[in-house]
Design a protein. Structure first.
Length: 112
């Protein structure tokens, strides 16, 4: 279940559902009650990783940069660890699939 599905069932926008979840005063009590009833009826649980309102200074910042730091190994030691190359390939593929920018501290890495 997603916030989009909650919005569709409640007959409101996803922004309104988000405001209700984050207890924004910008939602009328009737609309908030309707959204909360929908959430309860379908058993929706908001993601815990993004609770509450965002800081105004960081609201629209997205650099797209991803830093992967592996400690305890030299730059070439990871290639001797079983499964490490496959793990790195999977991580890099996910980074590129989501149009993010990998940052390898040792300057290494390869594109998939």
């Amino acid at each position: 279940m997603t916030i989009t599905e909650v919005a569709k069932l409640a007959g409101v926008s996803t922004a309104t559902v988000s405001r209700v979840i984050n207890r924004s005063p910008r939602v009328t009590p009737d609309v908030a009650k309707s959204v909360l009833e929908t959430i309860e009826r379908i058993g929706y649980t908001p993601a815990a990783r993004r609770p509450g309102p965002k800081l105004k200074g960081r609201a629209f910042i997205r650099t797209g940069n991803v830093l992967l730091l592996v400690m305890g190994m030299g730059p070439s030691a990871g290639h001797r660890v079983a499964g490490y190359p496959a793990l790195m390939t999977g991580i890099e593929k996910a980074i590129y699939d989501h149009q993010l920018n990998p940052d390898f501290p040792d300057g290494g890495g390869h594109r998939v």
